[in-house]
Design a protein around this ligand. Structure first.
Ligand code: HEC
Length: 117
């Protein structure tokens, strides 16, 4: 009897669903990529979002401008990866410290969100 009680937690933990799936891991990374969250700017479902609004004056006219993080649900892997390592001035920070596995996993996750709003 004692032996069974001792091993019960091990038997329960050995079930496959104890581990998180690749998509769940991707969601975690998208929301917390060891830096500022992608979701903060690109939205919960990578659907894109307006980050800021401001006015610009031109010829005495006030023009409303917006800064938008685009929808990235359907982006190509090449474009996606390049953006994470970008070297120019951008509102978006660079994420050049992410490992290949992390990059692939985030890409898998955002691609799974197609057409979610
Ligand atoms: C501070 C806001 C911000 C954060 C955080 C952010 N982005 Fe961005 N992202 C932008 C903006 C703004 C653009 C568009 C302008 C530009 O390219 O600089 C952009 C562009 C992109 C593009 C290129 C889209 C295209 O159509 O060319 C990709 C891919 C992307 N972001 C992915 C990510 C991922 C993945 C993360 C998290 C690891 C992330 N972004 C975090 C603001 C952000």
């Amino acid at each position: 009897m004692r032996l069974i009680i001792l091993f019960l937690p091990l038997i329960l933990l050995s079930k496959e669903d104890w581990f998180i799936t690749k998509l769940e891991y991707g969601k975690m990374l998208y929301n917390n990529p060891r830096g500022i969250s992608c979701a903060k700017c690109h939205g919960k479902h990578a659907q894109g979002k307006i980050i800021a609004k401001y006015y610009e004056t031109k010829n005495n006219k006030k023009i409303l401008k917006t800064i938008k993080a685009p929808n990235i649900q359907n982006i190509s892997f090449e474009k996606f990866k390049k953006k994470l390592f970008h070297k120019y001035l951008s509102v978006m920070p660079k994420y050049d410290y992410l490992t290949n596995e992390e990059i692939n996993t985030i890409y898998l996750y955002i691609s799974s969100l197609k057409d979610k709003k």
